[in-house]
Design a protein around this ligand. Structure first.
Ligand code: SDX
Length: 391
């Protein structure tokens, strides 16, 4: 429900929006998509089925799912001019910089014939975003690698298709690993939506101005990039590499506790969860399974486990209720699947696009006033101008 709080007499600001999509209880570590516990969806559903649930509000029948999957598959291609756009980036441009630019430009290709007053057109735009994000992400990665574009193979499933677009090379037949597909599908489910986090709130704020959905998602991508938000999965891997060895963990724990040291234990803490992030528990278990299935023995996993153990025994982290969050283990799985660290936040963006467009649709369906956060002014009181020769 709407939360109100008062800064000063006579001045109140709405603190939140209303939404039927995702419920979080930070104290209990509960996360539900449209009322379904994340644990059940992680175990029994698929990313595209969760996408349908988040967009439509109900789990699909077999026919509804088949139609939805067909619609998504139909829109996986992007205009060839976008590959020309991508080829203009320097080869080592960060893929999140490329994504923000390319996704924002989709309005130049797909928006002029849409009427945002028409709910069917709004749903079409939402499906287009979900369909095209993996294609754009893979094209950004292949540009960096100097490889030719791999076009979407529409006979493959959503995650298979993405892995194929990412890693297939012309010289050889790329076989997608079923365990890699399952791991990716699980990670995408867990990252799909998360109530009014910074990037989703950005999408809603931009959407409240009537901006087109591509501009809204591009703004969400930019907000997600920050290391305090979706950029944390990349920062966790960089931090683990910096720690290097279990024997160095105590000194980094001390740095994280020092308020004069800007170092933060990346992948720990959360504004809402003051208990274990339920997604982190699921990913932690999947991490072990995926590394075992893929036969990967990653010392970073051992280091992460030891870091988690020591941190959770430390009074500071216990008192501040700082637990591992969704980003702490996800990067280890992405690394095991062959993704470079620079692509980790892009993976988060692909999955969160479902939540962004679901919340954009929800907001678009009801008349919404433009977002206009207020402030507490604590600058100088009124004063008169002083001529230059008097200063
Ligand atoms: C995501 O909002 C969402 O839902 C986001 C997300 C989603 O799905 O969209 O869940 C995804 O962004 C997860 C968070 C990923 N970020 C990181 O892992 C970066 C490291 N974490 C911190 O930057 C931090 O925990 C935040 C940004 C996540 C939360 O910061 P807050 O809101 O300031 O945390 P807090 O108010 O609960 O902090 C309480 C105290 C503070 O110290 P005091 O001011 O009380 O002295 O704990 C300290 C913080 O300084 N603290 C940390 C810490 N996180 C908080 N100290 C050391 N290491 C940390 N990681």
């Amino acid at each position: 429900e709407l939360g109100y709080f008062t800064y000063d007499p006579g001045f109140t600001a709405t603190a939140a929006c209303t939404s039927e999509i995702t419920f979080i209880d930070g104290g209990q570590g509960i996360l539900r998509y449209r009322g379904y516990p994340i644990e059940q969806l992680a175990e029994k559903s698929s990313f595209l089925e969760v996408a349908y649930l988040l967009l439509q509000g109900e789990l699909p029948s077999a026919e509804e799912y088949s139609d939805f999957e067909r619609d998504i598959t139909y829109h996986t291609m992007v205009n060839e001019q976008l590959n020309t756009f991508i080829s203009g980036f320097h080869y080592d441009a960060h893929p999140m910089a490329m994504m923000a630019g390319v996704v924002g430009s989709l309005a130049a290709f797909y928006h002029d014939r849409l009427d945002m007053e028409d709910s069917a057109h709004r749903m079409l735009a939402a499906k287009r975003m979900i369909a095209k994000m993996p294609t754009i992400a893979a094209a950004c990665y292949r540009h960096h690698m100097g490889w030719p574009t791999a076009y979407p193979q529409n006979n493959l499933s959503y995650c298979e298709r993405f892995l194929h677009m990412m890693f297939s090379v012309p010289a050889e037949e790329y076989k997608v690993s079923p365990s890699a597909v399952r791991a990716l599908d699980l990670l995408f489910i867990l990252h799909a939506d998360h109530e009014q986090n910074a990037s989703t709130s950005t999408v809603r704020l931009v959407g409240s101005t009537g901006a087109n959905p591509y501009a809204c998602v591009a703004a969400g991508i930019s907000a997600l990039w920050g290391p305090a938000h979706g950029g944390a999965n990349e920062a966790v891997l960089n931090m683990l590499h910096e720690i290097g060895d279990v024997k160095n963990v105590p000194q980094f724990i001390e740095r994280a506790k020092d308020r004069n040291d800007p170092f933060r234990l990346m992948g720990f803490g959360h504004r809402v969860y003051k208990n274990y992030d339920p997604r982190a528990s699921i990913i932690r278990k999947a991490c072990h399974e995926v590394l075992q299935e893929l036969g990967v023995d990653d010392p970073l996993m051992d280091l992460a486990m030891e870091l988690e153990r020591i941190a959770l025994e430390d009074d500071y982290f216990v008192e501040k209720k700082l637990y591992p969050n969704v980003d702490f283990y996800s990067g280890i799985i992405y690394k095991a699947l062959g993704f470079p660290v620079s692509m980790f936040t892009v993976m988060f963006a692909i999955a969160r696009t479902v939540g962004w467009v679901a919340q954009w649709l929800e907001q678009s369906e009801t008349p919404t006033k433009i977002g206009r956060p207020r402030q507490v002014y604590n600058g100088p009181v009124a004063r008169d101008y002083v001529a230059l020769d008097k200063r």
